[in-house]
Design a protein around this ligand. Structure first.
Ligand code: MG
Length: 717
């Protein structure tokens, strides 16, 4: 082992702090510059702009934007779910106050400028190991590595912008401390861990993982080193559940004590203090989150029914695509940009740990990144910094061997530098290629936002907008209203009424929408957040959910007192996810068993031969017999609906009725070039009636905004 470690030795550098600063700035500029490519690309599309600025490209961003907007406005409405206490929103609001840019500009560029800060801790880790150039190469790679870029690109406005920067700073503070044993570095650890905890409450387990690795490292390599135990004490103080100011005070007092008593503080005392801090950690409930997380992992996806007792809802985990397994090359690309670089980075990281055992402390971040392999793509970013350092280690070690072919002096430096630059460039190229090809659109188009903006001017802040959860955050940001569901509130029980209102006929839809709205407010007010449908059934003295839901079919159904208006937001883009929306209310509530899926077939490349309309996939409509052929089966067509926008911008709908008892209807949306075959239940759903056909019951609905991309109706009850 010692021989291998000797073989892996790299020449150490003695760097001037000014050079370090220049390298940080160069790496930072590179990371930002790469993030400007998307701006150039998306800037060509006028549909990406709102208020004179490009819109953001992540749905969740609108959540933090809503909070920041309300902080700046001086407050929010009760129960509107606006995150005014969220650190991302608070930082945004503060930046919007002190910087001379528009709010839209700040949320657009913040992820890029903040996320690119990853280059700082990565370079500093190199510097702490006296390998500043290695750190520089790693900083260039980490700054634009595939998944890290995706999660911190321009417009990807999310907490992600600091979620890797902060633990990497913690990692740096630990490596710095362990490598240099300076008491003053202890405070850097306290500070970075507290900062990380403020930004991301889930930071706890990663901190604990790094502490465990630090302990392991100490026990194996540096058992007698008193400093490492001090570092562990400061970590424990930083993560304990006590007020931040108190933790700072304790840390500073402790540090002063260490300085004053110097030699008299021996290993025994430090170990005693460490034991005491672990006890305090346990008493304040510090070990609870570990068990909570373990149970969450063990039982993930196993709960087919929500914990609601009698009613069984659809489990949202089943539709979140991210939670599935991912192929190896996708996983490798995400971390290193290429399968080859991933493998080399793995080898590099292992060699680096052999040469610098302190790099073991980065292992929990690598491990978290590897959870992605089964736990979902979003975790891969955690492995990026350690893997960038790993491959950089390999590159610089090889470069040193290459350099040794030349004589000491300028030639050797040139050869070494050239080889290192070449290797780093090879790793960067696939990542740069990814950036140039990753042309994600903005969440909404300007036309859609125009609808929400108009809606916001018509609706009051206390009104509710019923829409699928995907649109919850943007609706709240652009219209400043309330929503029933959103990107963070979409469990089976809360999705049920929304799914029901969108996919059932109009009378049932309206009754449910009114009930859901009033019961949501009531539950917030009474602080009894539980199953709304269950409370409704209790109040209406009904034990059978099917009977209760069928009672909603009547216009005479006695609704609770109306406290506010309710709007339906029906976008064209929901048509693509209609099947998913339907899943949440298309089930037996007593068993959780799903009913048969609705029949929806759509075609955008169809052909009219005169006698037949060919819809692809062997589906064809015989115009002479008005029958539709699907594979081997043939049924008659109920009706044909043809919709098109006239010169006046109004939707015109023509209906041809063929066979009232037939199970399928045809819809030809000429202006969208979309041909559909749907069953009668889908045809009669509120979404299809109101969005596709604009065929609303005026007793129930009143159109408010009708555009080709999104329609808004107001409830008339
Ligand atoms: Mg509000």
């Amino acid at each position: 082992m010692d021989k291998l470690r000797d073989l892996l030795r790299l020449n150490e550098d003695q760097f001037n702090p000014w050079y370090l600063l220049v390298l940080v700035l160069v790496a930072y500029a590179f990371a930002i510059g790469m993030r400007m490519l998307w701006v150039g690309y998306i800037g060509d599309n006028a549909e990406s702009f709102w208020n004179g600025q490009i819109m953001i490209n992540t749905n969740d961003g609108y959540f933090y934007a809503e909070g920041a907007r309300d902080i700046l406005a001086g407050g929010n409405q009760p129960y509107d779910l606006s995150p005014i206490g969220n650190p991302t929103s608070q930082l945004t609001a503060w930046l919007a106050k002190v910087l001379p840019f528009s709010f839209e500009t700040i949320i657009l560029y913040m992820p890029a400028w903040v996320g690119a800060l990853i280059v700082v801790p990565v370079l500093l880790i190199g510097r702490a190991l006296k390998q500043t150039w290695l750190g520089f190469g790693a900083a260039l790679i980490a700054g634009i590595a595939w998944s890290y870029y995706n999660r911190t690109m321009t417009g990807y406005y999310d907490t992600d912008m600091l979620v890797i920067v902060l633990p990497t700073l913690v990692l740096w503070s630990l490596i710095l401390g362990v490598s240099h044993h300076q008491n003053r570095y202890l405070l850097i650890t306290t500070f970075t861990i507290i900062l990380y905890g403020v930004w991301y409450p889930g930071s706890y387990s990663l901190n604990l993982g790094m502490a465990a690795m630090l302990l392991l490292y100490t026990l194996i390599f540096d058992r007698k080193n008193i400093f490492n135990y001090k570092l562990l004490i400061f970590m424990a103080i930083a993560v304990v559940m006590l007020p931040i100011m108190l933790k700072f005070t304790i840390s500073i007092l402790l540090l002063v004590t260490f300085y004053l008593l110097k030699e008299r503080i021996d290993l025994k005392i430090v170990l005693g203090l460490l034991g005491a801090s672990v006890v305090v950690l346990a008493i304040t409930g510090g070990l609870g989150p570990i068990f909570a997380q373990l149970t969450a992992y063990v039982f993930r996806g196993e709960t087919a029914a929500d914990a609601s007792g009698t009613l069984h809802y659809f489990n949202v985990v089943q539709t979140v695509r991210e939670a599935g397994d991912i192929p190896f090359d996708t996983f490798a690309n995400r971390i290193s940009g290429h399968v080859v670089s991933f493998i080399l980075a793995t080898i590099g990281y292992i060699l680096m740990v052999i040469r610098y055992p302190v790099m073991l402390i980065a292992l929990p971040m690598v491990g978290l990144g590897f959870i992605a392999y089964t736990g979902g793509l979003r975790f891969t970013v955690y492995a990026v910094p350690a893997y960038a350092l790993g491959i950089s280690f390999l590159i610089f070690w090889i470069a040193q061997q290459v350099g040794s072919f030349a004589q000491e002096g300028r030639n050797r430096t040139l050869l070494w530098g050239g080889a290192a630059a070449f290797g780093t460039a090879l790793v960067l190229i696939p990542n740069i290629k990814h950036i140039t090809e990753y042309k994600v659109p903005t969440v909404f188009t300007a036309q859609e936002v125009q609808v929400l903006d108009t809606l916001g001017k018509k609706a009051s802040r206390e009104d509710y907008v019923l829409a699928w959860w995907d649109y919850g955050y943007p609706i709240r940001y652009y219209s400043d209203v309330k929503t029933l569901v959103d990107g963070g509130k979409h469990s089976g029980d809360v999705n049920f009424p929304v799914s029901f209102s969108l996919t059932f006929p109009q009378t049932q839809s309206v009754n449910m929408a009114r009930l859901a709205t009033e019961y949501t407010e009531k539950a917030y007010h009474n602080k009894t957040h539980h199953d709304y449908l269950k409370s409704m059934m209790e109040d209406y003295q009904e034990t059978d959910p099917d009977i209760f839901l069928s009672r909603l079919e009547h216009k005479s159904f006695q609704l609770p007192e109306k406290t506010r208006d309710v709007y339906f937001y029906l976008p064209y883009r929901m048509m693509d996810i209609y099947q998913t929306v339907r899943l949440f209310s298309n089930l037996n509530l007593r068993t959780g068993a799903a009913y048969a899926r609705p029949f929806i077939y759509e075609s955008r490349s169809f052909k009219d031969t005169g006698e037949k309309i060919l819809l692809g996939n062997g589906i064809e409509v015989d115009k002479r017999t008005n029958r539709i052929r699907i594979g081997q089966q043939e049924v008659s067509v109920n009706a044909l609906y043809m919709t098109a926008y006239g010169p006046d911008g109004k939707l015109q709908v023509r209906r041809q009725l063929f066979d009232m008892s037939a199970p399928l209807s045809l819809i030809f949306m000429r202006s969208y070039n979309r041909f559909m075959v749907v069953d009668q239940q889908t045809l009669n759903s509120t979404y299809f009636q109101l969005f596709v056909l604009e065929s609303y019951d005026p007793e129930l609905f009143e159109p408010v905004i009708l555009t080709p991309l999104a329609k808004v109706y107001k409830l008339n009850r």
